[in-house]
Design a protein around this ligand. Sequence first.
Ligand code: FES
Length: 228
Amino acid sequence: MDSPFDVLGVDEDASEGEIERAYRERVKEAHPDQGGSAAEFQLVRAAYENVTSEDADDGTDIATEAGFTEESPRDYGVDPERDFRPWEESHVEYLNYAVLDDYGWSLGDDDLFERAADAGLDPVNHGEFDVAPGESLLEAAEDRGFAWPYACRGGACANCAVVVVDGDLSQPTDHILSPELVDRDIRLSCNGVPTTEDLQVVYNVKHLPELEDLRLPPYPFELAHADD
Ligand code: FES
């Protein structure tokens, strides 16, 4: 029986920082794209939640406790009562953070998206798509052929971060962003689903200096597009 500490590979008296580092390392190893599996990935997440909760129990059989299987539904932190959506799909307008410097724009510009619309940017850098109910923003972008950045796909890094300029994106509780970053409308696209009918986001903001410490090395898919 593996305790949550065993799953993370840390001692029971590990510091918060040690647990955080171990989690980020383990979540990378456990990712299906890196030779792990969905069940292992979710097991690591459950272990992290367990040891960081106030009533951490080192005797827990975390696999049983978590009850995760390969078929476990994903939890995007959407409360069906609170986040009820009377519309079928959400409409997203996106802008690539990488072009802001080229045009002398900044995230604080009130007319950022008007400028983007007037600039004739190519569809990689600016455009629109719809997000189906239950789809995360990252999934929707990928389904439409875009290679938006990501790494863990599990709330443990800032590689998939976006800035929400208008509308809102759900934010599950088990994520790495500080309250300050959340207050600045930074969200994770891998596990965030739109909770408004319309949404404007700047994606690819992982290079913001304040997100530097929260980035993980990109996965091969992202590396393959690094020079795009
Ligand atoms: S890819 Fe790591 S939190 Fe989204």
